[in-house]
Design a binder for this molecule. Structure first.
Ligand code: BDR
Ligand code: CA
Length: 296
């Protein structure tokens, strides 16, 4: 039997119900070494998403994992939150807030230190608006060599968006940041909505789970009686970090629409755009099983 090497990862998140599940996966999976979590506004205010990151790690007995607070607004506009979808404070149920302090209130500086001190290049898992990563690359342009790759949940290259007809929520909330990150030259795998929409939980999947994720999912379905499924967007990015073979990749140029038009935030194929590894197909059965085994 071959032993898989352990991959150091940092999650940049805006928790968020699906971010909650994604962080839970990274804590639970022994193939990933979760170095820390940086927070960004998005699904809720930065204050809420930062509290939610601390609550999430606490819920999984991981108070030793550092949390650093990042950007409270996008590069050019304030974030628009998704509280209707995730819950008033960004989560669908209340959780205790641990009393511990943040490791830093400057995510860029914290990331730069962690990345430069790491014994081997680290995988970044950005699952919210890409503002923190864009600011990191602006302030520390040489840091790219310390980043092994990024697996980004964002965009909808081959399908419609969820925030608008054209744009997925994370790229819509800060397209200027996403554009800068996409052009950074760091190897990027893009896990977009077109594949995320295929990997879901339905109420029967979570009804008997005794875990915090099962409880969170049940609370979410209770507040969304009109929804038949919950899309496992951020968890799919973590699943790909654990097992890249669950998606098929097309290496293609991708550009961002940074206009002020209705198409703002659109990610589209463009032969002049930076080359990204775009997930075009997912083995939804295996992906769902991998996620369920870790969180339910
Ligand atoms: C993405 O937007 C957020 O609401 C989710 O947490 C996920 O990162 C899906 O479009
Ligand atoms: Ca998210």
């Amino acid at each position: 039997m071959t032993t898989q090497p352990v991959i150091p990862v940092i999650i940049d998140a805006d928790p968020g119900v699906d971010d909650f599940l994604a962080i839970a996966m990274a804590v639970a999976n022994s193939h990933l070494d979760l170095v820390g979590v940086t927070t960004v506004g998005g699904n809720a205010s930065l204050e809420d998403t930062t509290a939610n990151a601390l609550k999430t790690l606490h819920a999984f007995g991981a108070d030793d994992i550092e949390v650093a607070r990042g950007a409270e607004s996008g590069l050019t506009r304030p974030f628009v939150y998704a509280r209707d979808f995730h819950g008033p404070g960004g989560l669908s149920m209340g959780l205790p807030l641990p009393t511990r302090s943040l490791a830093s209130t400057d995510a860029g500086e914290w990331l730069a230190t962690q990345l430069s001190d790491a014994p081997k290049p680290v995988t970044l898992l950005p699952i919210g608006p890409l503002t923190n990563i864009a600011l990191l690359l602006e302030s520390y342009p040489d840091i790219t060599s310390s980043i092994r790759e990024m697996i980004v949940m964002g965009g909808a290259v081959d399908g419609p968006g969820n925030r608008t007809e054209f744009a997925e929520f994370n790229t819509w909330n800060d397209p200027e940041a996403a554009e800068r990150v996409f052009k950074s030259g760091i190897p990027i795998t893009l896990i977009g909505l077109d594949v995320c929409n295929l990997v879901t939980f339905a109420p029967p999947d979570v009804e008997s789970s005794q875990t915090p994720c099962g409880e969170m999912m049940r609370a979410w379905f209770k507040t969304h009686p009109d929804r038949e499924v919950f899309q496992l967007c951020d968890p799919l990015a973590v699943a790909v970090a654990i097992d890249p073979s669950i998606v098929e990749i097309d290496v293609t140029g991708v550009s961002l629409d940074c206009s002020n038009d209705e198409t703002r935030g659109n990610t589209y194929r463009d032969s002049n755009g930076p080359l990204l590894s775009v997930a075009t197909h997912v083995d939804a059965v295996r992906a769902r099983r991998l996620i369920a085994e870790l969180v339910l």
